[in-house]
Design a protein around this ligand. Structure first.
Ligand SMILES: Nc1ncnc2c1ncn2[C@@H]1O[C@H](COP(=O)(O)OP(=O)(O)OP(=O)(O)O)[C@@H](O)[C@H]1O
Ligand SMILES: [Mg+2]
Length: 262
């Protein structure tokens, strides 16, 4: 299905360096990556290897020292800050490990936030917010604030906020890193559902091999370079130096995601 899909994300010869105390740290070195439209890619790698740095470059939150980042028709690495602000709202859905929800706002209001930056009528906005919260199974938690929700529910609000603008690319940085095993499985079910049901393109950074195994392709970042991991869709995935890694629960990928009974 994806064999002929075009690359929605192209990273070409990207080098990223940081300067610290007079020393230059090269985090990404002449890096190349293609992600096809509708693909679910996982990125693993040691702590400090540059996974978040790479996601930030994809999301236009940072610029490479050399090379080019293209998403759709936009050369992200060449856009001005002003162009990026609007472009990011429309094209990137970011899911964070610690949710980054505003505590004083309700679930509904948190999801609505990105839409306030777009020229939509209030009725269109409402429709999109309700739809996104329905997709993550939280229609019955609209007026709850983050502090009144479980970690898994908060992350689902985070995912609803990421998809509410119908972005070109969803990037998730350790979205299950702060969750218990069951909530993590539910979030992974949801991400799989986003790919299969809504044909979303997803880049997932994770330390968890079970999470990585949900993706149809895996890459491993180390010493500034990406190495393709031998992986089959929803099958076993290995990374260099790792032992046997178990895939996700059988059948979980096709489970229609619904909030559990209350
Ligand atoms: N703004 C910055 N200034 C200086 N150094 C930075 C900056 N951002 C990241 N680094 C350094 O770049 C390297 C890669 O950091 P990054 O956060 O991308 O790693 P990571 O793979 O996401 O790690 P983790 O798995 O722990 O989240 C680290 O050595 C980090 O200290
Ligand atoms: Mg990181």
């Amino acid at each position: 299905m994806l064999a002929n899909a075009r690359s929605i994300l192209e990273i070409r010869h990207v080098t990223k360096q940081f300067s610290r105390g007079g020393e230059t740290l090269t985090v990404l070195k002449d890096l190349q990556l293609d992600v096809k439209e509708g693909e679910f890619l996982s990125i693993m790698g040691p702590s400090g290897s540059g996974k978040t740095t790479l996601l930030n470059l994809m999301a236009g939150l940072d610029k490479p020292n050399e090379g080019e980042v293209r998403i759709g028709d936009a050369v992200v690495s060449r856009m001005s800050e002003a162009e990026l602000a609007t472009w990011r709202t429309r094209n990137i859905g970011f899911v964070f490990q610690f949710y980054h929800l505003l505590p004083v706002l309700s679930a509904y209001e948190n999801v609505e936030l990105p839409l306030l930056l777009l020229p939509l009528s209030s009725s269109e906005r409402k429709k999109q917010v309700l739809n996104a919260l329905d997709l993550v199974g939280l229609s019955n938690r609209l007026s709850h604030r983050p502090g009144q929700l479980s970690g898994g529910q908060q992350q689902r609000v985070g995912i609803a906020r990421a998809i509410v603008t119908d972005p070109t690319l969803i990037v998730a940085d350790e979205p299950t890193g702060d969750l218990d095993a069951r909530s993590a499985e539910e979030i992974l079910d949801l991400m799989t559902e986003l790919q299969h049901g809504l044909r979303k393109t997803i880049v997932l950074v994770t330390h968890d091999p079970r999470a990585a195994a949900r993706a149809q392709r895996g890459v491993f970042l180390d010493k500034g370079k990406l190495v393709e991991s031998p992986t089959a869709a929803h099958g076993s995935m290995t990374s260099p130096g790792s032992t046997n890694i178990q895939p996700g629960q059988p059948g979980s990928a096709s489970t229609h995601f619904q909030e559990k009974a209350h």
